[in-house]
Structure formats: structure tokens, C-alpha cells
Design a binder for this molecule. Structure first.
Ligand code: DLL
Length: 434
């Protein structure tokens, strides 16, 4: 089922014209309103009038998270401050967050992306949508919420946490579609089983899962345990949030809403565009956004593009399941975490703590767990058990409040964190997303 058949099934020719017209507009918008873009374009002597259509997109400079950080908080906005009706934010590489600002029209576009995803998973007017993505600065909850309302469905804004209450509400309200991270879906399914309930006690038909990488095996596990159809949804806050792309019933990859967000794949080495089918880094240009339009934003997600026809009739270019990232960002229980954020906490927490640390991420009982092993400074006595224990507790607390995810901290003796001769290897990720 489509939300907007005309847009979702535009012919390739129609789409090219539409994308070209909007690219020309957005380039002139950022050139005239965002000093960073003007400087980047002036530097390579590129004028907005050099961009005549979508085929010229490769001429434009890239945008990175660093640009957003350097312009924190509002320097990338291309609309007057008072036109911004919403702010969201996700983790940055340092203590500062990556900010996104939306005008009313941006919220409409984003909501439509989410409404398209919901409709593709079978939602329609009145469908009860249980939204267990977090509400707040994270885009998951509010994105799906606005999408559900735009569709005329019934949104249940449960947000994250309190699993027994989630299960009770899903059952009592007769939720038909579940929206949450795939790892939380498995956790929910296991808790449901522990409570002695079965899928027959629920009215669930489908789930829309994203915000973190997941595998075909996880899909099968969710589908089997909850007796639903599981759909992938992709997105990132810088570009809008969930609904940048989503799967249809054929599960042939996520259809990107490429009338809103133009995707490219570039080589991680040369940054040159790669042909369809080749794996590289995903790059997006927002074609319609007003608040914070981004040109050739490096999403850092590794995937490939597929423009072959899909039996569903949608013409949105598809991306293969995300296999990894070209930076060191980890996604732990749906929360983006950079090792550099953890390092900042270690440095600021207590002078007795060194910066020799190692992070191990694993999945235990279908939930992500993070262990941080850290050494004390060489001149600090390790044998005062009480002092070490209180330091450990303080670190755990500081990490939770800084990154929003619990970690187990282990204070280890000096020299026990493996040293590297080249770049320090800070992270071991034992989860397997292949
Ligand atoms: O995770 C938006 C979102 C919310 C998407 C709910 C889907 C559902 P950020 O917090 O900015 O935004 O994180 C964006 O998460 O660059 C990917 O690395 C990862 N990611 C998002 N969706 C998927 C997915 C939201 N379906 C970052 N598969 C992205 C794999 C995903 N990775």
C-alpha cells in the first residue's frame, strides 16, 4: 500500500526532472544563507549557476559531521532562526551533540517519509501503532509519531523502557504495528514468552525496525517469535530522522525517498561516486529541506545502491542492509556512541584514571552490553580496594549520564590494556552484522 503513489512511483524521467529542479534551488539556498557552504564553493570556484541538474551533483563539495560540529549549534541553518519549529540532536564525536533544525515544511517532509514507511508495512487509517522508539532529542519516537498521525493511524507514544508496561499496553490496546529497534523487539519477544504469553494474545501484524544494524537472522527470529512481518527502516537525524528509506513487502532493500533525499555511494578511499551495485559510503543531499539542508552529507554508512525495478512499483532507489560504518561510531541499544565521548569522560572524571582503555561490545540475551576496561595512572596504588571500587562506580555513573547508555567499568592493573604500535585499537565489537 502506498501513502503517496504519485510520488513513490514517479518514472525515472519524471524523478530526474524533479530532483534537478530542487537541487538547483537548494544549492542556491545554501550558498546564499550558510557561510560554510559559500566558503566551500568559493574555494573550488563553483558558482550556484554551475549546477544545472542532478548530473552535476558530483561537482559539489561534501559535508561532514565536522562541519556540523564546527558550526554548533545553529551555524548550518539556512532559514531564519524563528522559522525553526523543532530541534533534535544526536551524539557527536566530542561532548557536543550534532544538532538538526526543522522548519514546518521540513517536519512535513519527514513525516511523509515515515508515513510512506508505515503504509508500506500495511498501516492505514486507524491502525494502532505502538511506538517504542525513544521520544526526545532522538528522532525515532517523534518521527514515527508524526508519520502515524499524517497517515491517520492511531499512534501510541509509549517511548522506551518499562518493558512489562509496554507488553501490557500492546496487548490491551491491540497494537497492530510495533516500532522499535530490532534488538529491543527480540528482547520484548523473550519477555513476552517469559510472562507465559504467546503471539496469539496480541494483535500484532508487523514491526518496523531500525536505528541500528541488524541481520537476516534477527529478522527471522523476530518474525518467528512475534509471528509478524518485520520491515527495515533507515534514517539519520542530520537528514531528518527515520523514514529516509524503508522496506516494502518484497524486502528487496530499503527504498530511499529519493524525491526528498538524493543518495549517492562513494568510494571510502577516493570519495569518487561508485556505480550502482558497488559497496561504499552513503552520501545524501536533501533536495527540499529549508531549516538545515545538507549537500552531499557523508552518512558514513556502508551499503550499495540498487536501481533495478521492484515488484512493488516504487521507484525509490534501494539500499542494501547497512553492513557497517566508515567511522568508529558504535550503536549500542540504538544509541550512537563514539569512543572519543568515552575518552572525554575518562579524562574529566578523576585524575587517577589513565587514558589506556578498551571497549568491548557484545550482545548478551539479545541486548547490547558494553564493558570498559581502564587502567589507573602508574603512580596510583591499585590495592586500596575501597577507593578503586568507588572510582569504578563514579565512572559508571559519569558514563551513563554523558552518553545515555549503561556500561560496566572494570579497573585493571597498569599495563594490562593491550598497547598498539600503530593506531590504538580501542574497540572490540563481538556482535556480528554480516
Ligand atoms: O537512528 C534515526 C532512526 C530512528 C532510524 C528510528 C530508524 C528508526 P541517528 O540517531 O542519527 O538516527 O542515527 C543514525 O543509525 O547513520 C546508521 O548508522 C544507523 N541506522 C539507522 N537506521 C538503521 C538501519 C536514527 N535500519 C545512524 N540499519 C545511521 C542499520 C541504521 N543502521
Amino acid at each position: 500500500m502506498y501513502f503517496n503513489e504519485k510520488a513513490e512511483c514517479m518514472t525515472k524521467e519524471e524523478k530526474k526532472v524533479y530532483q534537478s529542479e530542487n537541487l538547483v534551488k537548494v544549492v542556491s539556498r545554501v550558498y546564499n544563507n550558510v557561510p560554510t557552504y559559500r566558503a566551500k564553493m568559493d574555494e573550488i570556484k563553483l558558482k550556484p549557476s554551475d549546477i544545472k541538474g542532478i548530473d552535476d551533483i558530483w561537482k559539489l563539495p561534501f559535508t561532514t559531521k565536522k562541519d556540523l560540529r564546527d558550526n554548533y549549534p545553529f551555524g548550518m541553518f539556512a532559514a531564519p532562526r524563528e522559522e525553526i519549529v523543532r530541534l533534535h540532536a544526536s551524539s557527536g564525536t566530542t561532548g557536543k551533540l550534532t544538532v538538526a533544525g526543522y522548519t514546518k515544511k521540513d517536519i512535513e517532509i519527514w513525516s511523509e517519509g515515515c508515513a510512506r514507511a508505515l503504509a508500506a508495512a500495511g498501516a492505514k487509517k486507524g491502525t494502532i501503532i505502538h511506538i517504542a522508539y525513544g521520544y526526545g532529542l532522538f528522532t525515532g519516537g517523534l518521527g514515527m509519531h508524526y508519520g502515524a498521525e499524517l497517515l491517520g493511524a492511531t499512534a501510541v507514544p509509549v517511548s522506551g523502557g518499562n518493558t512489562p508496561r509496554q507488553i501490557m499496553l500492546m496487548k490491551d490496546f491491540g497494537a497492530e504495528i510495533l516500532c522499535c529497534t530490532p534488538s529491543y523487539a527480540i528482547f520484548l519477544a523473550d519477555e513476552i514468552a517469559k510472562m507465559g504469553l504467546t503471539p496469539a494474545d496480541f494483535n500484532l501484524k508487523a514491526g518496523i525496525f531500525g536505528a541500528e544494524p541488524w541481520t537476516a537472522e534477527m529478522r527471522h527470529e523476530i518474525e518467528r517469535k512475534l509471528n509478524i512481518k518485520a520491515y527495515d527502516i533507515y534514517g539519520l537525524s542530520e537528514i531528518s530522522g527515520p523514514g529516509v528509506g524503508a522496506e516494502c513487502e518484497y524486502h528487496t532493500g530499503s527504498h530511499i525517498n529519493d524525491d526528498f533525499f538524493y543518495p549517492e555511494i562513494v568510494s571510502t578511499d577516493t570519495l569518487k561516486p561508485l556505480p550502482y551495485g558497488e559497496r561504499g559510503e552513503l552520501v545524501f543531499t536533501t533536495l527540499l529541506k529549508e531549516g538545515m539542508p545538507l549537500i552531499r552529507y557523508r552518512a558514513r554508512d556502508i551499503t550499495a545502491l540498487d536501481d533495478s525495478p521492484c515488484p512493488c512499483g516504487r521507484t525509490g532507489m534501494r539500499i542494501a542492509r547497512i553492513k557497517g560504518r566508515s567511522d568508529d561510531m558504535l550503536i549500542i541499544r540504538g544509541v550512537n556512541v563514539f569512543p572519543s565521548q568515552i575518552e572525554s569522560v575518562l579524562i574529566s572524571c578523576d585524575a587517577r584514571i589513565s587514558t589506556h582503555y578498551h571497549i568491548t561490545v557484545d550482545r548478551v540475551n539479545n541486548l547490547d552490553v558494553m564493558l570498559i576496561e581502564v587502567e589507573l595512572q602508574p603512580d596510583v596504588a591499585f590495592d586500596e580496594v575501597k577507593a578503586v571500587e568507588s572510582l569504578r562506580k563514579k565512572l559508571e555513573g559519569d558514563i551513563t549520564s554523558a552518553i545515555g547508555v549503561n556500561a560496566e567499568v572494570k579497573i585493571v592493573s597498569c599495563g594490562s590494556v593491550r598497547r598498539s604500535e600503530g593506531k590504538a585499537v580501542r574497540v572490540t565489537d563481538k556482535r556480528n552484522f554480516d
